[in-house]
Design a protein around this ligand. Sequence first.
Ligand code: UDP
Length: 238
Amino acid sequence: MKYKRVLIKLSGEALAGDQGFGIDGEMLSTISKEIGQLHATGTEIAIVVGGGNIHRGVAGATAGMDRSTSDYMGMMATVINCLALQDTLERQGVYTRVQSAIDMQEVAEPYIRRKAMRHLEKKRVVIFAAGTGSPYFTTDTTAALRANEINAEVIMKATKVDGIYDKDPMKHNDAVKFDTLNYIDVLNRGIKVMDSTAISLCMDNDMDIVVFNMFETGNIKKVVEGNAVGTLVTKPQK
Ligand code: UDP
């Protein structure tokens, strides 16, 4: 295995499946099976889950809401997704803990870094809920932050396409996939794979990101085994 400890970033949209909104049980079960197979290899797994399938702060703000209030709603949405993922993983025999950046002790542990790391050592999957706990951030930035905090070796950014292309592969037949990209190229080209705050945080701390298609069976394991899957975003190689 190339990596011992990984952080998987799952967007809320991934949980919605084709319905585009809410949580699709079948999709959740597919994702959980993939995570379960990776877990069986002994890899330490942390997960940050988004909330875009339920609420996005910017969308509320555009409709006239107070931005921070709308962002808090988004963070609440991530908690719903995290509990759904926890439930599905545990039904498959994978022990998990949800840690929330906003206190809600009846449903989740508070985020405590050292406790999270202890859970990982005990091979429990740790699911980080409620983003960073602060408005104006995203769960991509949460992924960058938590990955650094828990000393993960890589962020595995799950997407529907198999990496980063020079143009949208859904619209252009001649789109070319990058095997590797530097952080600064992602920023300069305005590639919307993660927001710029998240990419910058990874760049400043040399946190590798693998962008890959999580919906292709076995892919998640291949990434951790070190196979060339997806696109690696990393520092310039000498
Ligand atoms: N959010 C926030 N602070 C954070 C993380 C998330 O305010 O640290 C809010 C923000 O409104 C965001 C929403 O939660 O739009 C859902 O997260 P995100 O959009 O990152 O979810 P994803 O796109 O991954 O589904």
